[in-house]
Design a protein around this ligand. Structure first.
Ligand code: ADP
Ligand code: MG
Length: 788
């Protein structure tokens, strides 16, 4: 909550400092000095515009059989009542202009002025029940636009503000107060608490006068609003607390003055300011729109009976009387020229409205009257009052303040300094943050080194494992080799079925025996060669490869040596065969591995994969056969070579062996590739299967969902149709009820009226009868006198 200012000097910006000019003379109507020679700032002399709104006869008046006693001169803003004729700026209602034109003709120009920076005021004056609240729209509840002034003002203000948004910033605020028994109450205080408004302990607001003469309300709620809806909400809330007060306090609303104030601050942005070539020190306009719903004017005369009412009446008296006096003082041209005293201080109402009446404001007064003959006296009073108000001259000025510009500058400077301060303050915070980050970094570094060590360890263990794997592989290969050599000549199937440890052991022993024998043979050969000196090189070379069968060859003759040669060749062949078989064994071993793997896969996986593996197996078999064939060829070649025992053949043999190993390598690589391929295929197959399964499940769930949705839809459809039928029924019943009620009311009214008329007629008849009787008696008495 802040301070509302009902300033009599050019309305000051809430942030602007005191004006440098001297405070105005108390109560005087001043020609306002302005700090600029700007034409627009020159005060404009405006008389208070007065409009009369004649409402139609309302039901209670019609019930009492009242008649219309007010006539509006056609085409003229003139009202005639009995012998009195009054002329105003506008007259609305009762065959004058339509009441709906009030806003367009009287209030809309004020809204325009408001946006130009003028203070504006609309006052509704009149006796209770004359339509003040109706005309002002103070009871605006938000839903239906009853055509009241305030709702239309709100709408127009926001339309205009929206249109000007491009080059102007707006700050729109509202306050809503009530003056009851010479106390000011904040109707927007304590949002939502209706109970508090109804409670007797409402805290009145103090009026304060600042040194520069502007009048403020200490601590009044000034709510900032951003939209029409928001503003309407505040109005409705205030009206509600006023209405609640009225039910608790005996029709308070007709004894209290309500002032709804809309304050607008406009700040032109630079683009429009430069367009306007005037110095941009006037870039802030602040203006106020007071919308005043006064208390019923009839109280000034009718109260005075019982205590409480009297007190209230006096208070209301004071406000309206003071208003009347102010209006009189201002309206009298002669007095005004003399600079006579205007009693603004006589009441809170006049103090608050000081600017609206004879001050810095453009003001429209709407006098509301009832056309009923029973209210004729009050109506004449109201019309007189309003007529006097027409003579009031206001001096409205655009509320621009050169100080505001400087203020603005200082404000922006302050903002900058604040931000700088914030920045410098955040320096220490940044240091802390830095330290924190450093700690974090060191922690992360530690962790990183730990992880690195772990990685190293893992790598080492990995290497070890790999070595071990190689070693095992080697061992295994050797074993397989031995096994194969032990089983030379056996069929493939036999080899596959074999593999017991016993056999392996047996083979081991055999092999070791063979090796021993071989070594012995070599040794013997060597000794023989040394002894005989006949040992040729080939024999020496091949001696290492000789079998144990050549033991006992201690012969020196040539025949014997040829025999020995034959035997040697045989052994050589067998050893080569052995080597080739070794290679073959290697292949077989790999094949076996593959087969095992395939078997495993076939066991664990689907038939598709099995088939796939089978084809692979078949392929490999074929490959193997091809290799076997090649090996066979090589054997033949070797056999041929071994018959010709020279160095060349030896080299060729080596070549062949190399080729064989190369081929082998190629085959193994191929197999590896195949393995990888298979692995991928298998994974894909698996994921495909899972996906398929999931797909199926999803499909099932989806179908279930669709079914459920359909079911829900059906049910809701049924329910809706049932509900619609119900509602229709209820609506019809209600309508019927209303019609019945209306009919009843009409009949009642008719009945009442008939009764009244009957009563009047009866009274008239009795009066007539009485008069007749009197007349007759008078005649009789005269006749009697004559007779005597
Ligand atoms: P006030 O505020 O002056 O005491 P209200 O505005 O409460 O008077 O009006 C009294 C009654 O007259 C209300 O019922 C209102 O609906 C009715 N009334 C006032 N002005 C008009 C109008 N122009 N047209 C129809 N009814 C009206
Ligand atoms: Mg009212």
């Amino acid at each position: 909550s802040s301070t509302a200012s009902f300033s009599r000097t050019p309305a000051t910006h809430p942030l602007s400092p005191r004006r440098r000019e001297a405070p105005p003379r108390e109560g005087a109507v001043r020609v306002l000095p302005m700090g600029s020679s700007d034409m627009a700032s020159q005060p404009q002399s405006d008389s208070v515009k007065v409009a009369v709104n004649v409402r139609p006869l309302i039901t209670p008046e019609l019930v009492l059989g009242c008649t219309d006693c007010v006539t509006v001169t056609p085409g003229e803003p003139q009202v005639q009542i009995g012998p009195h004729v009054f002329t105003y700026d506008h007259v609305y209602g009762s065959t004058g202009s339509s009441s709906s034109l009030i806003f367009e003709q009287c209030v809309y120009p004020l809204v325009d002025s408001l946006f130009c920076g003028y203070n504006t005021t609309v006052l509704a004056y009149g006796q209770t029940g004359s339509g003040k609240t109706y005309t002002m729209g103070t009871n605006y509840s938000g839903e239906s636009n009853c055509g009241g002034i305030i709702p239309q003002v709100m709408e127009t203000i926001f339309k205009k503000a929206d249109a000007m948004k491009g080059d102007t910033e707006f700050l729109i605020r509202v306050s809503f107060i009530e003056i009851f028994k010479e106390e000011v109450f904040d109707l927007l205080d304590d949002p939502g608490s209706v109970a508090k408004a109804a409670a007797p302990a409402r805290v009145p607001i103090q009026i304060r006068e600042t040194a520069n003469g502007s009048i403020t309300l200490a601590g009044v709620t000034e709510a900032e609003v951003k939209s029409k809806e928001e503003m309407a909400l505040h109005l409705a809330r205030g009206s509600l607390s006023r209405a609640t007060g009225s039910t608790n306090m005996n029709s308070q609303s007709s004894r209290s003055h309500a002032i709804f104030t809309i304050s607008i601050e406009q700040k032109r942005t630079s683009s429009s300011a430069s367009e306007k070539s005037t110095s941009n020190e006037y870039d802030i306009l602040s203006s106020k729109f007071h919308l005043v719903d006064l208390a019923g004017s009839e109280r000034a005369k009718r109260t005075g009976a019982d205590g409480l009412r009297l007190k209230e009446g006096i208070h209301i008296n004071r406000g309206l009387l003071a208003l009347g006096n102010v209006i009189s003082a201002l309206g009298d041209e002669k007095k005004r020229k003399e600079g006579a005293f205007v009693p603004y201080r006589d009441s809170k109402l006049t103090r608050l409205l000081q600017d609206s009446l004879g001050g810095n404001s453009k003001t429209v007064m709407i006098a509301c009257i009832s056309p009923a003959d029973s209210n004729a006296e009050e109506t004449i009073n109201t019309l007189k009052y309003a007529n006097r108000a027409r003579n009031i001259q206001n001096k409205a000025v655009i509320n621009r303040d050169p100080v505001t510009a400087e203020m603005q500058k200082l404000r922006s400077q302050l903002e900058q300094l604040q931000s700088e301060l914030l920045f410098s303050r955040s320096g220490s915070a940044a240091l802390e943050e830095l330290q924190l980050l450093q700690q974090k970094v060191s922690l992360l570094e530690l962790k990183n080194s730990e992880l690195y060590c772990e990685l190293k360890e893992r790598e080492m263990s990995c290497e070890q494992l790999a070595q071990r794997a190689i070693a095992t592989q080697l061992e295994k290969d050797q074993l397989m080799l031995k096994l194969e050599s032990a089983r030379n000549g056996k069929s493939w199937d036999d080899i596959e079925n074999a593999g017991s440890e016993q056999d392996v052991d047996l083979m081991k022993t055999y092999i070791s025996k063979i090796q021993q024998l071989e070594a012995e043979v070599t040794r013997q050969k060597f000794t023989t060669a040394c002894r005989n000196g006949l040992h040729d090189r080939l024999a020496l070379d091949k001696g290492m490869l000789l079998d144990d069968l050549g033991s006992g060859c201690e012969v020196g003759t040539l025949e014997v040596s040829s025999e020995v040669d034959e035997e040697e060749k045989e052994r050589e062949h067998s050893s080569i065969q052995e080597k080739l078989d070794m290679e073959l064994q290697d292949l077989d071993k790999r094949l076996q591995q593959k087969e095992a793997e395939m078997k495993q896969f076939a066991k664990s996986d689907t038939s598709v994969l099995k088939q796939h593996y089978e084809t692979k197996l078949h392929e490999m078999e074929q490959e193997k056969r091809a290799f076997q064939k090649e090996i066979e060829d090589l054997r033949h070649a070797l056999a041929k070579l071994s018959s010709s025992t020279d160095e060349c053949s030896h080299k060729m043999k080596d070549n062949y062996l190399q080729k064989l190993s190369m081929l082998e390598n190629q085959v193994s690589q191929l197999k590896k590739k195949q393995d990888a391929h298979q692995q991928l295929l298998r994974q894909k197959q698996k994921s495909d299967d899972a996906a398929m399964r999931l797909q199926g499940e999803i499909q099932r769930i989806k179908s279930q969902k669709v079914q459920l949705q359909q079911k829900i839809k059906q049910e809701s459809e049924q329910f809706r149709s049932w509900k619609a039928a119900r509602e229709k029924e209820v609506l019809q019943l209600k309508k019927e009820g209303r019609r019945n009620e209306y009919e009843m009311h009409k009949l009642l009214a008719l009945n009442q009226k008939q009764k009244m008329v009957l009563q009047r007629k009866t009274e008239e008849a009795t009066m007539a009868t009485k008069r007749l009787k009197d007349l007759l008696e008078a005649k009789k008495s005269t006749r009697d006198a004559h007779g005597k």
